[in-house]
Design a protein around this ligand. Structure first.
Ligand SMILES: NC(=O)c1ccc[n+]([C@@H]2O[C@H](COP(=O)([O-])OP(=O)(O)OC[C@H]3O[C@@H](n4cnc5c(N)ncnc54)[C@H](O)[C@@H]3O)[C@@H](O)[C@H]2O)c1
Length: 266
């Protein structure tokens, strides 16, 4: 799990799972670029990364805007001269107000596919040429257990995350001749801003009466579905990501690894 001296870019690292991934990469020796659409959050996490003794850089990034992605790539190359690791973590579950809608709106479909699928493509297309030049790179895409099987959580979200796994496989084939590994991690159930929105949507439905707080809805969901009986943490996802981003995983490519306490077993 050694990534000493490697330069890593983590998208959506301003909070939640991306924050955990950025910290684990730094704790295992990498310099970390914290890229997020909320620049203030990115700056805060970059300061936390620097407290580990590693170099960090905060970057504004909107993965849906090619110009923003290219400008982030240029800034990283200017500052570090190389990119060894890319973690495509930025993701959304729906547009504003999604948690109050019974069925997905057109805006939910659009933003989910723009960020979760096309966004990963744009960032990968921008960063991979630098990796190809050096014939070295590790790309880790954050998918979801929702990619494995249809769920009632969000139809566009599940479909977009299934797309992330297919994208991972195709990109792994495309980039294998350049010694670039491309894998996915499928997180299970984590109490982040994203899951708080899901819990709000579930409340008042069958198993989840109104009196429950969003956190209680989440706890009930975890207990009912997870053989190990506990939620996952951003650090769990960070550990799996660091492994796939390290040379210990040099013979692994095109795979998707569930980190979900046994919730999904495929
Ligand atoms: N929380 C879970 O249980 C769970 C489970 C499975 C998969 N995931 C996936 O993990 C990843 C992180 O999720 P999270 O739970 O930490 O969510 P989150 O909402 O807490 O964090 C998402 C981060 O992405 C950033 N972001 C959103 N749109 C962006 C854009 N256009 N450009 C750049 N950054 C953008 C946000 O500002 C935020 O910092 C997502 O891809 C999500 O789908 C989460």
């Amino acid at each position: 799990m050694d990534v000493t001296g490697k330069v890593a870019v983590v998208t959506g690292a301003g909070r939640g799972i991306g924050h955990g991934i950025a910290m684990k990469l730094a704790q295992n020796g990498a310099h970390v670029v914290v890229a997020d659409i909320v620049e203030e959050n990115a700056r805060e996490i970059a300061r936390e990364v620097e407290s580990t003794g590693k170099t960090s850089m905060a970057c504004f990034l909107d993965v849906t805007d090619r110009q923003s992605v290219e400008s982030m790539g240029e800034s990283v190359i200017n500052q570090f001269g190389q990119i060894d690791i890319l973690v495509n973590n930025a993701g959304v579950i729906g547009a504003a107000g999604w948690e109050k809608r019974e069925t997905a709106s057109e805006a939910d479909w659009d933003i989910t596919f723009l960020v979760n699928v096309k966004g990963i493509g744009t960032v990968t297309d921008t960063i991979s040429p630098h990796m190809k030049e050096r014939r070295y790179g590790k790309i880790v895409n954050i998918a979801s257990v929702a990619a494995r099987k249809g769920t009632a959580t969000s139809t566009p979200y599940g479909a977009s995350k299934a797309g992330v796994i297919n994208f991972t496989q195709s990109t792994a084939l495309e980039l294998a001749p350049f010694n670039i590994n491309v894998n996915a991690v499928c997180p299970g159930l984590l109490w982040t801003d994203m899951w708080e929105r899901i819990a709000v949507r579930f409340r008042s439905k069958d198993d989840y009466p109104d009196e429950l707080t969003p956190r209680e809805v989440f706890d009930r969901f975890v207990k009912a579905r997870t053989p190990l009986g506990r939620e996952q943490t951003p650090e769990d996802i960070g550990n799996a990501t660091v492994f796939l981003a390290s040379d210990a995983a040099e013979n692994i490519t095109g795979q998707a690894l569930n980190i979900c306490g046994g919730y999904m077993m495929n």
